[in-house]
Design a protein around this ligand. Structure first.
Ligand code: PHE
Length: 341
C-alpha cells in the first residue's frame, strides 16, 4: 500500500471523528460516535490493520502519524464528554408543566386586622377614619386636652420625651384637638394608631395601639355614647355581649367612664380571666369636656360630644384568647400565623 494514501486515510478519519464528537448533542449520540471511531471494531482499529500492508521502511512514520491521530481523537471524545456532563440535555432541561414553587404568602398582623375590624364597625355608624402623628407636641398630647403643666394627671401617662416639647404620644386623643382645630362641627371620626407609654408587663407594652373615637354635633348626649359603645361590643364580640359604664376620670372628658364588657370567657359568672368579677375593662370614654371647645374655637352652647379610646391590643387578646401582649411583638411568627387575616 502507498504510504501517502495511508496518511490521507488517517487525516480524513481524524477530521470526521473530531466533527462527530463536536456535534454529539447527547449521551447516546456520543456513545455512538465513540463506538464508530474508537470502538474495538471501530474505524481507527480498521485503519491500523492497514499498517501490515505497508513497506517496512514506511512503517515508523505511519505509526507515528497513527498514534498522533488516536490521541487527538481520544481527547476530542474526552472534551465532548465533559461538555455534555455540564450542559443539560435538550428536552429535559426545564419541565414547564411542573407546578411552580410557591413563595410563602404573608398576611396582615393580628393587630392591624383587629384595628381595621374596630374601625370598620364605627365607619358603618358614620365615623370617618383619620390619623395623626406618633411624635406629638406637648400641646396636643396634654395641654389642649386640659392636662395642666405639672399636674398629677400627667403621671398616668409617662412616655419617652424627645427634644423640648416633643414626645411619643401616650394616646390618640391629641387627634381630637388636631381635627377640631381644622374642621367645623359636626365631627365624626375614628383614629387608629400606635401609642407609647412607660409600661411593660403581661398586658402592657411600651408600644401599643389605640382606636380613638370623637363625635361632636348638635344635641349629642351620654345616651348616644352608651348606645354606640353597646352596639360596638355586640358587633365586635357577639350579639349577646353586655357592657357597663363605671364612673372614672380623664382631664378631657366630663363626665368620664370606664367601659367593661361581660367576661368573654365565663359570660359574667366570674373566672380566672376576669379575676372573679365577671367583667373586663376595655376602654375609657366620656362627654367632651367643654374646656376643649375653648382651645379649638367651638361654642359649647351650640354643640356637645362624646369621645372614647379603645385599647386594640387588649381587644385582640380578649377576642382571640392570647395570654400575653408579647405575642404580638416578639417576632416569633408561630402565634400570629394562626390568625391569617
Ligand atoms: N386617651 C385615654 C387613654 O388613653 C382614653 C380616652 C379616650 C378616654 C377618649 C376618654 C375619651 O387612656
Amino acid at each position: 500500500m502507498d504510504p501517502q494514501e495511508f496518511l490521507e486515510r488517517i487525516k480524513s478519519l481524524e477530521s470526521e471523528a473530531l466533527a462527530g464528537f463536536a456535534a454529539a448533542s447527547g449521551a447516546d449520540a456520543l456513545e455512538a460516535a465513540r463506538v464508530r471511531f474508537l470502538g474495538s471494531k471501530g474505524l481507527l482499529g480498521e485503519v491500523s490493520k492497514l499498517m501490515a500492508k505497508l513497506d517496512k521502511a514506511a512503517r515508523p512514520e505511519a505509526g507515528k502519524a497513527l498514534n498522533g491521530c488516536r490521541e487527538r481523537v481520544s481527547s476530542a471524545f474526552g472534551a465532548a464528554k465533559a461538555r455534555l456532563s455540564t450542559e443539560p440535555e435538550a428536552g429535559d432541561a426545564l419541565d414547564v408543566t411542573l407546578p411552580g414553587r410557591r413563595l410563602p404568602a404573608g398576611h396582615t398582623h393580628l393587630i392591624t386586622r383587629t384595628s381595621r375590624e374596630i374601625c370598620s364597625i364605627f365607619e358603618k355608624m358614620g365615623l370617618a377614619v383619620t390619623e395623626g402623628p406618633e411624635v406629638e407636641t406637648d400641646y396636643y398630647n396634654f395641654e389642649a386636652l386640659n392636662f395642666p403643666k405639672d399636674h398629677p394627671s400627667r403621671d398616668m401617662q409617662q412616655s419617652l420625651f424627645l427634644e423640648e416639647g416633643l414626645l411619643l404620644r401616650t394616646h390618640t386623643s391629641g387627634v381630637q384637638i388636631r381635627t377640631m382645630e381644622k374642621t367645623r362641627p359636626p365631627v365624626w371620626i375614628v383614629v387608629p394608631g400606635k401609642t407609647y407609654r412607660r409600661d411593660d408587663d403581661l398586658t402592657h407594652s411600651p408600644m401599643f395601639n389605640q382606636v380613638e373615637g370623637l363625635v361632636v354635633d348638635r344635641g349629642i348626649t351620654m345616651a348616644d355614647l352608651k348606645g354606640v359603645l353597646a352596639e360596638f361590643a355586640r358587633k365586635f364580640f357577639s350579639e349577646s355581649t353586655k357592657i357597663r359604664l363605671r364612673p372614672s376620670f380623664f382631664p378631657f372628658t366630663e363626665p368620664s367612664a370606664e367601659v367593661d364588657i361581660a367576661c368573654v370567657s365565663c359570660g359574667g359568672k366570674g373566672c380566672r380571666i376576669c379575676k372573679g368579677s365577671g367583667w373586663l375593662e376595655v376602654l375609657g370614654c366620656g362627654m367632651v369636656d367643654p374646656a376643649l371647645y375653648d382651645y379649638v374655637g367651638y361654642d359649647a352652647n351650640e354643640v356637645s360630644g362624646f369621645a372614647f379610646g379603645i385599647g386594640v391590643d387588649r381587644m385582640a387578646m380578649l377576642k382571640y384568647r392570647l395570654d400575653s401582649i408579647g405575642r404580638f411583638y416578639s417576632g416569633d411568627v408561630r402565634c400570629m400565623r394562626q390568625f391569617p387575616g
